[in-house]
Ligand binder design. Structure first.
Ligand SMILES: [Zn+2]
Length: 171
């Protein structure tokens, strides 16, 4: 029997979710702490204005020498912000930094303005949408959606997004 690429990928992602050992339901702090513990590096969440994180992606992963910073678009709902953070955590869990494409430098001027608490010179690599292949983006979004589905409480963002519903429906 032929196993489709889609279901192989789904199994892989389900295995990652199981390995993460997150409580159901989880809260954002527990999830972030769990991923940080698995990576052996602290993860800091920094809300920023939309101007820094564009392209509909709404999140950016800044890798530093000793920790990781997730910038996420502020001024959105808590559920949406959590989904953005889940997406960036998914890129971490999937090791997408190892195969990142293109320019990985941070725009120091934009960063200083959007997130004054983050010293641009401390950023080793900045990973946003343009640094990933579309297959990686799809995989990260799928994993984020799986995580959001286990969040409990108000999951309206995961169920009203037609793409997310389609993804969930395919499992
Ligand atoms: Zn992404």
């Amino acid at each position: 029997m032929r196993i489709s690429r889609q279901s192989r990928s789904s199994n892989h992602l389900r295995r990652i979710v199981a390995e993460m050992g997150i409580p159901v339901p989880w809260n954002r702090d527990q999830l972030v702490a769990g991923v940080a513990a698995r990576r052996g590096r602290p993860i800091h969440l920094v809300p920023v204005s939309h101007s820094l994180v564009q392209g509909g992606h709404s999140g950016l992963w800044l890798a530093r020498a000793e920790d990781d910073v997730i910038l996420y678009a502020a001024g959105t709902s808590d559920v949406h912000a959590t989904h953005i953070i889940c997406h960036e955590l998914a890129h971490m869990e999937l090791g997408h930094d190892r195969t990142a494409l293109g320019d990985r430098s941070v725009d120091a001027t934009a960063l200083s303005k959007a997130a004054p608490s983050v010293d641009p010179s401390s950023v080793v690599t900045a990973l946003g949408r343009s640094n990933y292949s579309s297959a990686q983006e799809y995989e990260a979004e799928l994993l984020a959606t799986l995580l959001m589905a286990r969040r409990g409480g108000n999951t309206s963002a995961a169920t009203t997004d037609p793409r997310a519903s389609r993804i969930l429906g395919s499992f």
